[in-house]
Structures are given as structure tokens and as C-alpha cells.
Design a protein. Structure first.
Length: 459
């Protein structure tokens, strides 16, 4: 099948490379000639594990090509995937300028029956607008369907090649048959292709991300309560996650959700609901609570340094919004850094893959360390903002010796409070009180949670 993917960003590259991997002839088209030139040399604009290998192999074997000639790419396609950005507008709604621009180009350059598939995350009703834009220019049949992506950054290749489910919103037998054939190699183990109407497919994507964002925010709210009561959020997570009605996914407390999906999609579905006279009060609260949560790391750093960070040096481990990506969009680390800079702190940062992106976004406002150990040299406090595997088992003695003060603010709960206390650190995490530490209301929490006492005895 001849496939054209318009948009060579995160989603478009993954879609194009994975469809090529199963034997299709795929053209990825993008208006950015510089990006296209780099991709032809296997230089990717993003970091995603495994993606570079897919791009290189499929280019070498002739199944995947890149072009800035979008019209020509559309003209030769049996199906066109729209995978361009839908950034939030000033009111939080999704900006469809790029999506509708591609739809107009499809109308101008296609001359045969074609399936047009929106892969971008778009609000309900977008397919109708796409169809209207195409219909201005054509008289032959065309079919617009919705095929939302559910890719996790850092695991996108596995998610596409072995999906939990494939959602297809289609209103014609022609598009259902073509999409079923296209996705058949990815669901051979029995995972479902779920066909539905287009509007339901468009809303499913937003509903999924909104649900996950709600789970994350709920646990962050519980973590705050844990700190006030002396409870341990890890124990609470295990207690509720073992309930099969709830499950264990997305129940980890942290510095607030970020990235390219959750913040944008929650804003967009909230705006869509308001526009339709059905406000989503839960999601409005989720959005508000997450904004508060993203400042909690700064609050903890400031409290650990006695209430004033001016002139203090803060080492930051992790710039990306999550591990296994260089994506810093809406990253909690950015919020922490902005708060620290405003308060007069000095910052030295490290990230295994997001250093170039950090320099692009932050310039010379902060310093950048070649290694995580170099970042803590002479720092007054270490703040951990991204859960990279390379940070999980550091040389704690080296870290403690390098810090001016043995203070660690762990916004990812990577270490055990009891162990950190035994190693001589003043350790602050999310929803877990280290022995002898102060809770938010100033009271001293001196007791070890039961599991930590057992772990200490086992040592």
C-alpha cells in the first residue's frame, strides 16, 4: 500500500517508520526542508529508543522516503495520514490551522479515491472540517477517518508494533476495509481493532489522556495528604493498586504531569466541554491541581535550604519531562528551574539525552554538566526531576562528599527514605516523610513506616 504521512515530527516519524516496517511504501512529508535533509541522512529531530534503527533500515531498503514536496507525496498515495501539530490556542482549545491546511492540500492534489486519516490529536468535529476542506476541490470519492495514536514517549515503537488496541473511527466500508488491512500485521496476537463512529474515536483519545492525567493528579493529591499525616504514598499505592478495579498503572506520585500530550489534551477537552455546555468539573480541578503540583519541587528545595535559595547552588538531575525522551515540553524540571531563577538561585543541570534541548530552551541562564556527578560538585542541594535509570543507583558516598550540604529533593521517589537517612542525607520526597523530618505543618515525624523498619532489620 502507498502511504503518505504529512508531518515528520514525533507521531509522524513513528507512524511512517512502523508502517514501512511491515512492507508498505511510505513517504513522510514535511514543509521543513532542513528536517527532511537531516532525516535522509538518518539524523532524527527527536530521541526515541529504537526509532533511528527503523528509519535507517527502511530507508536503506527503499520502503521509507522523506520529502518536502507535500503535494507530490499526496498525489501518489492510497491513504494519507495527517500527523501535524495541534498546539493549544490562547483559550486552551486545539489549534487546527495545520490540520486544515493539510486537508486543503489533499483536496488540491488528489485525483482518485483516497482514505484520509487524522492521526493528530483533534477535538470532536475535526473530521467534518477536514472533509469540508477537501470537498471544496474534488468531485471523486474520498473517505475521512479518525485513527488516534496512543504512543508513550520512550516506548512508542513497542506501542505501535504491539498495541493494546487500535481505534478506528470510520463511516464507510471502503475506509474500514483499508484500515483493517493496514493494521492486520499489528494485531496478530488478538488485540482488538475497535471500529466506531468518527466522533467517538476523536473523543476517545482525549478521554484516555484525561483519565491518565486524573490518576496522576489524584496520587499527587494523596501524597500531599500523606505528608501531613505521616502516611507513605508508596504503601497507599500498593494498597489501592492491588484492587483489580483500579490497577497499578499511573499511580506514582511525582512533580506533576508534563510533556506534549497530557497538558495540551486536558486543556483541549476542557475547552471543548465548555463550548458544548457540558463543563467537566473534575478535569478543571485536575488542571488546576497539576499546576500547583509542578511548583512543589521548588517549595521543597526552598524549605530544605531554610526558606531562601538566593545565592544557593542547586544541582538538577533530569530536564526531560520523563525518562527515555529528550522532550522538555511542559516539563516539571522547567517549572522548577524557572522558580529557582526567579528566586535568585544558581543552577547546574544534567540529563542523559536532553542537554541540547535544554540549551535551546534555557540558553546560558543555567550551567550544564557533562555528568550527573559533575552537576553536584559544590551544590547546596540535589533535585531529582526525571526518573532516568542511570540515576537509580548512584555512588551515594560520592554524591554526599560532593554536595556542600547533604540535601536531596527527590521529586520522583527513586530512593528509600530510611536508606537515605542512614547514609546521612536530609532527604525530601513526594508523599513520604524521612525519619526525623518535618511535615508540611511543622510537626516532626519520627517513626519509620513498617516496611522501612523491616528493610532496615534485613540489612
Amino acid at each position: 500500500m502507498n502511504i503518505t504521512v504529512v508531518g515528520a515530527g514525533y507521531v509522524g516519524l513513528v507512524v511512517g517508520a512502523c508502517l514501512a516496517e511491515t512492507g508498505n511504501t511510505v513517504v513522510c512529508a514535511d514543509i521543513d526542508q532542513g528536517k527532511i535533509d537531516n532525516l535522509r541522512q538518518n539524523v532524527l529531530p527527536i530521541y526515541e529508543p529504537g526509532l533511528e534503527d527503523y528509519v535507517e533500515r527502511n530507508q536503506r531498503e527503499g520502503r521509507l522516503t522523506f520529502t518536502a514536496e507535500i503535494g507530490a507525496a499526496i498525489a501518489s498515495a492510497d491513504a494519507v495520514f495527517i500527523a501535524v501539530g495541534t498546539p493549544p490556542d490562547e483559550d486552551g482549545s486545539a489549534d487546527l490551522t495545520h490540520v486544515l491546511g493539510v486537508a486543503d492540500m489533499i483536496g488540491r492534489h488528489t485525483s482518485r479515491e483516497i482514505v484520509v486519516c487524522t492521526k493528530s490529536t483533534v477535538p470532536v468535529g475535526t473530521a467534518e472540517k477536514v472533509a469540508a476542506a477537501i470537498a471544496k476541490h474534488v468531485t471523486h470519492p474520498f473517505h475521512v477517518c479518525s485513527n488516534p495514536e496512543f504512543l508513550k514517549e520512550g516506548a512508542a515503537i513497542a506501542d505501535f508494533m504491539k498495541p493494546d488496541r487500535v481505534i478506528i473511527g470510520a463511516d464507510s466500508d471502503f475506509s474500514r476495509t483499508m484500515m483493517a488491512e493496514l493494521y492486520a500485521p499489528f494485531v496478530r496476537t488478538g488485540k482488538p481493532i475497535i471500529f466506531m463512529d468518527v466522533a467517538s474515536a476523536e473523543l476517545t483519545k482525549y478521554a484516555a489522556n484525561a483519565m491518565l492525567a486524573t490518576r496522576v493528579t489524584f496520587m499527587n493529591e494523596m501524597a500531599r495528604l500523606c505528608e501531613r499525616t505521616g502516611a507513605n504514598i508508596d504503601m497507599v499505592r500498593r494498597g489501592i493498586g492491588s484492587d483489580q478495579r483500579i490497577g497499578t498503572a499511573f499511580l506514582f506520585a511525582g512533580p506533576g504531569y508534563g510533556g506534549s500530550c497530557f497538558p495540551k489534551d486536558v486543556k483541549a477537552i476542557v475547552r471543548t466541554a465548555r463550548n458544548h455546555g457540558a463543563p467537566l468539573q473534575i478535569l478543571e480541578a485536575v488542571e488546576s491541581a497539576n499546576e500547583v503540583q509542578k511548583h512543589r519541587a521548588f517549595e521543597k528545595v526552598r524549605a530544605a535550604l531554610g526558606g531562601d535559595v538566593r545565592g544557593q547552588r542547586v544541582a538538577v538531575w533530569g530536564l526531560a519531562f520523563k525518562a527515555n525522551t529528550d522532550d522538555m515540553r511542559e516539563s516539571p524540571a522547567l517549572t522548577l528551574i524557572e522558580d529557582l531563577l526567579t528566586a535568585g538561585a544558581e543552577i547546574v543541570a544534567h540529563d542523559p539525552v536532553a542537554m541540547d534541548e535544554g540549551r535551546r530552551r534555557l540558553g546560558e541562564q543555567i550551567r550544564y554538566a557533562d555528568t550527573n556527578y559533575a552537576a553536584v560538585e559544590g551544590a547546596d542541594v540535589l533535585a531529582i526531576m526525571t526518573e532516568w535509570d542511570s540515576y537509580r543507583h548512584p555512588d551515594f558516598a560520592r554524591v554526599r562528599q560532593s554536595l556542600r550540604q547533604p540535601i536531596v529533593v527527590d521529586a520522583r521517589n527513586m530512593y528509600e527514605p530510611a536508606k537515605m537517612a542512614k547514609l546521612g542525607f536530609a532527604y525530601h520526597s513526594i508523599g513520604r516523610i524521612a525519619p526525623g523530618a518535618h511535615s508540611d505543618d511543622g510537626s516532626i515525624i519520627s517513626a519509620f513506616p513498617v516496611e522501612e523498619r523491616l528493610a532496615m532489620w534485613a540489612d
